[in-house]
Design a protein around this ligand. Structure first.
Ligand code: NAP
Length: 345
């Protein structure tokens, strides 16, 4: 992937942003520029000696290095991770594969997870220090409160991190609308604000849209990062009743039982893709872009990056979107993660 790819990615960026605007979105703020697509590394926590627990993907560092190379060459540079992804393993392997690139060429997004807080005076600062060390850097571009365990307790801890420059931007994840507003108020009193939202958002799980969070983000100019757009591979079209998700993994437990209900939807994703030289997961990703979000896609193979390049150039009509959403609703499945609470309150 050389200069031609760079050129075409610039073009797809513009196209993706125009597509987003067509659906009423303006996802860039003065403070934080959200890319068309971000890369997720939860599955990377399965790599190495911690084994293949959650995803069962058998990842190794050499192949993940190729994923990073492809992403870098294609111009994708925002990497999302968290300490709890493989309890440090995702951050460690990400730091290792990115270290040959200039720090200014990529952005790091990682999280404070209240459920894993230590017992020191400032568990947020402590968890950040450990993340910085594993990632081999002295700042994080985008730091999140991972879950809204206690908004009043944890949000204020972000303020000294912003003041010190160790954290450039902050966001909240898995927060409902009133929790987002409360976090924004706390940060606002110190002259800062919630600069990004990160929630589960896919064709199968649109709770943030139904709860008005997407609208809120659009009106406030806050980028919305959509995670699990591919429902951990269940919407990729690669898995079905005959070829299920890796047995014994947590994602298999969640999704294998629902794969037969998803077939009509994944077939439709594939057929829309076929008309544009793309595949089912590319269309699922393009749908999230068309809805004005920045999808965070868990790329585990080098060729997944090619899919992201294609996704950025797919045009979906409003009829395509309505049909996909209708088929998704008709599946009747509920893919809310075990760590997520209801968004509608
Ligand atoms: N804030 C939160 O609470 C939270 C929660 C969940 C996720 N996240 C973030 O969001 C990211 C994305 O979520 P996720 O990784 O759980 O799930 P995902 O992006 O919905 O799906 C990732 C899986 O889809 C498959 N895949 C990816 N790209 C593909 C492509 N182009 N073609 C075919 N298959 C493809 C891979 O499975 P195979 O390896 O089997 O091919 C991969 O493991 C995470 O990595 C993480 O950074 C955040």
């Amino acid at each position: 992937m050389g200069g031609a790819t760079h050129q075409s990615v610039s073009a797809v960026w513009i196209k993706a942003n125009l597509a987003a605007n067509k659906y009423g979105a303006n996802m860039a703020t003065n403070n934080l520029k959200a890319p068309a697509v971000a890369l997720g590394t939860w599955a990377w926590g399965d790599s190495g000696e911690t084994g293949n627990g959650y995803f069962g993907s058998s990842l190794n560092q050499a192949e993940l290095k190729n994923v990073a190379d492809n992403a870098h060459a294609a111009g994708f540079g925002l990497w999302d991770t968290a300490m709890v992804y493989g309890m440090g393993r995702s951050e460690t392997v990400l730091g290792q594969v990115l270290k040959r690139f200039a720090r200014s060429d990529y952005q790091l997004s990682t999280k404070f997870t209240p459920q894993a807080a230590g017992t020191g005076d400032d568990p947020v600062a402590d968890m950040l220090e450990q993340s910085l060390s594993r990632l081999g850097t002295d700042y994080i571009d985008l730091y999140w409160i991972h879950n809204p365990a206690d908004v009043a307790r944890w949000t204020p801890h972000l303020i000294p991190l912003l003041k010190s420059g160790k954290v450039k931007h902050v966001g909240v994840s898995n927060h409902n609308l009133s929790e987002i507003e409360f976090a924004n108020q706390i940060l606002g009193e110190a002259g800062y604000r919630v600069e990004a939202i990160q929630n589960h958002y896919s064709l199968l799980y649109r709770a943030s849209e139904h709860a008005g969070i997407l609208d809120y983000c659009r009106k406030a100019g806050i980028p919305f990062f959509a995670y699990m757009v591919l429902e951990q591979g269940a919407l990729s079209g690669k898995y079905n009743a005959e070829n299920p998700l890796p047995r014994g993994s947590n994602r298999a437990e969640t999704y294998n039982g629902m794969l037969p209900q998803l077939k009509t939807l994944t077939d439709k994703l594939a057929s829309i893709g076929q008309q544009q030289g793309a595949a089912a997961p590319d269309v699922a990703t393009a749908w999230a872009i068309a809805k004005g979000t920045t999808p965070i896609i868990g790329a585990t193979r080098p060729n997944h990056v090619d899919g992201l390049v294609r996704a950025c150039s797919i045009t979906l009509s409003s009829d395509d979107i309505a049909e996909l959403e209708g088929l998704a609703d008709a599946t009747g499945v509920n893919t809310r993660g075990w760590w997520e609470r209801e968004m509608l309150v």
